[in-house]
Design a protein around this ligand. Structure first.
Ligand code: ADP
Ligand code: MG
Ligand code: MG
Length: 253
């Protein structure tokens, strides 16, 4: 499903370029959840930005395909509309745009990309109500502007709401620096587990072995200095929790 081959990417402008991703190869088959762990500054967030097409990140080599399509050639909006979803480590506030309008617009963009009709107002409302109830989001919250005045935990639930409404084909969660509390951790892991499906792949970037106790990943990868240097099962995350990264880094070197 997601196939990254020998990817190189850098940040910065012409005078000051810094190579961050240095020959990264990774396959996430449909139906699987893979975790990426790694020391601070390894390039984990950079990888998610490169995949979603954020400004300021240049791919200098290699390839990344989603279901056989070259995503690096697509505009960020096309990537999103074709079903690639990146969670927001730092949620943006969108004053003046109610949650419901925002999500409906994004959903319709997806439908358009797939050549499908727009979702009807009634159908959208029905789905939104069901998902909101599941996440304990009130109708009042969904009428408010996106993230404006929402608490940290509410923003997290709102993000999961968007995820569950959009039903992305491929999901990237970058929770690295977000300092999730226990409640938020549960919201995130319940949301991710609810979205597990044979057609969907997920990449969960995390510092926390804790999160992986709730989201049992199929594989755990260690990203260091811009490359995947080790891959294992959930036991690898447990080992990292106990030993830190030094042992794995030494073995790779
Ligand atoms: P991680 O998420 O693994 O902690 P990042 O992907 O955020 O790491 O960052 C990887 C490296 O790239 C770090 O050394 C960071 O300082 C650097 N970096 C990230 N973004 C930029 C940028 N816009 N300009 C310069 N350096 C950057
Ligand atoms: Mg970091
Ligand atoms: Mg990061």
């Amino acid at each position: 499903m997601l196939k990254i081959d020998n990817l190189f990417a850098s940040v910065g402008d012409e005078e000051d370029t810094k190579e961050i991703i240095k020959g990264l190869t990774l396959d996430v088959p449909a139906g699987e959840v893979h975790a990426i762990m790694g020391p601070n500054g390894a390039g984990k967030s950079t990888l998610s930005y490169v995949l979603t097409g954020r400004d300021g990140y240049d791919v200098t080599g290699g390839s990344a395909e989603l279901n056989g399509e070259d995503i690096l050639e697509m505009e960020p909006e096309e990537r999103a509309a074709s079903g690639l979803f990146l969670s927001f480590q730092y949620p943006v506030e969108i004053p003046g745009v109610p949650v419901m309008t925002f999500v409906r617009t994004a959903l319709n963009a997806q439908h358009k990309q797939r050549g499908e009709d727009e979702i009807s107002a009634a159908e959208f409302l029905k789905k939104a109500k069901a998902v909101a109830a599941q996440l304990k989001l009130t109708p009042e919250m969904l009428r408010r502007p996106v993230n404006v005045g929402f608490s940290g935990g509410e923003k997290k639930r709102l993000e999961i709401f968007q995820m569950m409404m959009l039903e992305p084909k491929f999901l990237i969660l970058d929770e690295t620096d977000s300092g999730l509390d226990i409640d938020a951790l549960k919201v995130v892991s319940d949301g991710v587990n609810a979205l597990r499906s044979p057609e969907r792949g997920m990449l969960v970037i995390t510092h926390y072995q804790r999160l992986l106790d709730h989201i049992r990943p199929d594989k755990v990868h260690v990203l260091a200095d811009g490359r995947i240097i080790a891959t294992g099962g959930p036991e690898l995350a447990e080992r990292l929790e106990k030993e830190g990264y030094d042992g794995v880094l030494a073995e790779a070197a």
